[in-house]
Write a protein that binds this ligand. Structure first.
Ligand SMILES: [Fe+2]
Length: 399
C-alpha cells in the first residue's frame, strides 16, 4: 500500500533544459516548448536528466505543450510517460493506467482513444445541447482511484479547424486564493471521488478489463472511493512540496464527516472558484496534427470544450501514469510561500555573487597595482642594459 502521509523534500531542477526555447502560457501555469522534439529527447545520452527536469517543470507549471510531435508514436508516448513518473519518484511498481472499457482502450489498454464525437454524444446525453453548465465538466483524471494519476498525456493526431480547446486551472493557485481560515478548514476535510457512468458501463458493456489499472491497489470496479481510499481536499504535491486543492468538479461526489448538503456546498464552492477566476486558468489550442500536451492531475483541473459543431474531427491518443495515494503533509508550503522563499534565495544568491565579483575585481586591481609598483621599483634600481633601455631609468628617476 502506498504511504498516506510523508514529509516532502522538493526536487530541484538540474538545469538540463536551460537554453531550450520556452514560452510561458500564463504567469501562474502552463509552459509551451515550441521547438522541442520529444522523440529525439528520448534518445539523447542525457535523456534521464532532460526527462527528470521536464517532469519537475510539469509539476511546477501544471501543464506543458509541444507542437507537431510527428516523430512520437504510441510506444514512445508510453515510454515518456513512464519515465516522467519514475524519474520524479512515483512509487516502485506503479506503471501506466489501463482503461476498463474496450470502446476507449481498443487493443492497447495503456493507450486511450479519445474521439470528440463520442465525447460530444456523452456530453449532450449528460448536459443537453444548449450548453449552460460548463463548470460541471472540470475534473482531474482518475481521481476515483486509490492511487490516482500524476501525468496525463494527450497527442492529438487529427485536429479541428478551430475549437475543442482544453482548459486548465491551477490547484496551487486555488489554494493560495483562499483566506487562511478557509485553508485550515479545507485541510481538515477528505473527499469521496466517484464516477457512476463508469460503474454502469462496467456492469453493462462487453469485454470489460477487470485487472489492476497501473498498480495493485487500483482494482475496484465500482469506481468509487471508500473511507480507506478517500483523498484529502488539500494535498501536498510530492515533487514540489506545494499544497493544492484536490476536490471539486465532476468526480467529487461527497465530503466525509459533514452533511450531504454541506458537502455539496463545499464542492460547489471549489467549482465556482475555478470558473469565477479566469486568471488561474490556461487555455491550450490544438493547432497542428500531433500537438502534444502533458498535465499533472495532482495540481491542475482540466475541462474539454464542446464547441466542435461542423469543425471537423478531433481525435487523439491519451496515456496516463499512475502515482502515489494522495496525502497532506501539514508542514508543507503553499506555492506563494515557496515562490517568495525561492525569490529571496535567488536575490541573496545574486547579492553574494555580486559581492564576490566586486571583491575579486578589487583583489585583481590591488594585485595589478602592487605588480606595477614592484615593476617600477625594480626598474628604478636596474642598471641600463643597453641603448634601448637607457631612457626607462631616466623617466623613472624623474617621476
Ligand atoms: Fe480528463
Amino acid at each position: 500500500m502506498c504511504p498516506s502521509s510523508k514529509t516532502v523534500v522538493p526536487m530541484k531542477l538540474s538545469g538540463a533544459l536551460d537554453g531550450v526555447e520556452t514560452v510561458e502560457i500564463t504567469p501562474d501555469l502552463g509552459t509551451e516548448f515550441p521547438s522541442l522534439d520529444l522523440a529525439e529527447v528520448l534518445r539523447r545520452p542525457n535523456s534521464d536528466e532532460l526527462i527528470r527536469d521536464l517532469a519537475i517543470t510539469i509539476c511546477r507549471r501544471g501543464v506543458v505543450a509541444f507542437r507537431a510531435q510527428n516523430n512520437l508514436t504510441n510506444e514512445l508516448q508510453k515510454e515518456l510517460l513512464q519515465r516522467l513518473g519514475v524519474l520524479s519518484g512515483k512509487p516502485a511498481g506503479h506503471g501506466l493506467s489501463k482503461h476498463p472499457m474496450h470502446i476507449i482502450r481498443k487493443d492497447d489498454p495503456e493507450i486511450f482513444l479519445l474521439d470528440a464525437a463520442v465525447q460530444r454524444a456523452t456530453h449532450e446525453g449528460n448536459f443537453g445541447k444548449k450548453r449552460q453548465k460548463g463548470l460541471r465538466e472540470w475534473h482531474t483524471d482518475g481521481s476515483y482511484e486509490v492511487c490516482p494519476p500524476d501525468f496525463t498525456s494527450l497527442r492529438m493526431t487529427e485536429v479541428p479547424a478551430t475549437g475543442g480547446d482544453t482548459l486548465f486551472a491551477s490547484g496551487y493557485e486555488l489554494y493560495d486564493r483562499l483566506s487562511e481560515p478557509y485553508q485550515r478548514f479545507f485541510e481538515s476535510l477528505n473527499a469521496v471521488h466517484y464516477v457512476p457512468p463508469l460503474e454502469k458501463a462496467a456492469n453493462t458493456m462487453p469485454d470489460v478489463y477487470r485487472g489492476p489499472r497501473g498498480c495493485p491497489e487500483n482494482v475496484h470496479m465500482d469506481f468509487k472511493q471508500t473511507h480507506a481510499s478517500i483523498s484529502p481536499v488539500v494535498r501536498t504535491h510530492p515533487v514540489t512540496g506545494w499544497k493544492s486543492l484536490f476536490a471539486g468538479g465532476l468526480h467529487t461526489r461527497a465530503i466525509e464527516g459533514v452533511t450531504e448538503n454541506e458537502g455539496q456546498e463545499i464542492i460547489d464552492k471549489i467549482s465556482r472558484l475555478i470558473v469565477d477566476n479566469h486568471d488561474l486558468q490556461a487555455r491550450v489550442r490544438w493547432i497542428n496534427p500531433n500537438d502534444f500536451v502533458i498535465w499533472d492531475n495532482r495540481c491542475v483541473f482540466h475541462c474539454p470544450t464542446q464547441d466542435l459543431d461542423r469543425q471537423g474531427r478531433r481525435l487523439g491518443y491519451r496515456c496516463i501514469s499512475v502515482a502515489e495515494k494522495p496525502f497532506l503533509d501539514p508542514n508543507s508550503k503553499s506555492r506563494w510561500q515557496a515562490m517568495e522563499e525561492e525569490e529571496a534565495e535567488e536575490a541573496a544568491r545574486q547579492k553574494a555573487a555580486a559581492a564576490a565579483s566586486a571583491a575579486s575585481a578589487a583583489s585583481a586591481a590591488s594585485a595589478a597595482s602592487a605588480a606595477s609598483a614592484a615593476s617600477a621599483a625594480s626598474a628604478a634600481v636596474s642598471p641600463p642594459a643597453g641603448p634601448a633601455m637607457e631612457a626607462a631609468p631616466m623617466v623613472s628617476a624623474q617621476a
